[in-house]
Design a protein around this ligand. Structure first.
Ligand SMILES: *Cc1c(COP(=O)(O)O)cnc(C)c1O
Length: 226
């Protein structure tokens, strides 16, 4: 590792997840760490791989292809999550690369995933993104539309939706948003919960997260996008 660069702390984050899970009577093995590697330099990503981390998140399809296409051959056990917005013209590329798409949030995307899935046989695991804070600038279905949208994904497009994902508002306590997401997941019969980031993953684990998406706490602060 380059001198002066802080070590990646996959192990520290895993230890925190384990500690919080045990403190609230959960089995830590039910909680997946998705290491969000967007914008991170290659050396810290390699360090995370060397530490044994195999589940990664990216928020841009093109950037993810560049980083992971070749690494897939070196690490056949990788699991890649798309955690950023998906455009209809990127669905084909996203289905080729990603094992999990966490940001299904409108019928056009559901339809396209279904169509290209049939054509290619690629069936990634899927989450519906919910805009729990109903923020106009943020992606995701409205809380009140969630159950209906999940049902439409299943019935009209033949998609299996395994859970819900949310990014709570940056300037509000996250706990009510985590609680809302858990309630909506229960109502929709999509029990997996992708919630919690560097600043609040411990709280998310307490509130039932089955995966946490942690970037800077694993890799260090992201360099600005060039
Ligand atoms: C960047 C990002 C994360 C990770 O954020 P950190 O605060 O660095 O942990 C998690 N989820 C999504 C959707 C992201 O875009």
């Amino acid at each position: 590792m380059a001198e002066g660069r802080r070590a990646v702390s996959v192990c520290d984050v895993l230890a925190s997840i384990r500690r919080v899970a045990e403190a609230c009577g959960r089995d830590a093995s039910e909680i997946q760490l998705v290491a969000v590697s967007k914008q991170q330099p290659d050396d810290v990503v390699e360090a995370a791989l060397a530490a044994g981390q195999r589940v990664f998140g990216e928020n841009r399809v093109q950037e993810a292809l560049q980083r992971w296409s070749a690494r897939r051959d070196r690490f056949p056990d990788l699991t890649l999550h798309l955690v950023g917005p998906l455009q209809t013209n990127k669905v084909r590329a996203a289905l080729e690369l990603f094992d999990v798409i966490e940001t299904v949030d409108r019928e056009r995307i559901a339809a396209r995933i279904s169509e290209i899935g049939k054509e290619t046989g690629r069936r990634p695991r899927l989450y519906v993104q919910v805009n729990t804070g109903e923020e106009p600038q943020k992606a995701g279905v409205a809380p009140s539309a969630t159950a209906q949208f999940v049902a439409a994904c299943r019935e009209e497009y033949g998609l299996e939706i395994e859970g819900l994902m949310a990014i709570p508002p940056a300037d509000a306590p996250p706990a009510p948003h985590f609680a809302l997401l858990a309630k909506l997941a229960d109502e929709a019969g999509a029990p997996k919960l992708s919630m919690g980031m560097s600043g609040d993953f411990e709280e998310a684990v307490q509130m039932g997260a089955t995966s946490v998406r942690v970037g800077s706490a694993v890799f260090g602060a992201r360099p600005a996008r060039g």
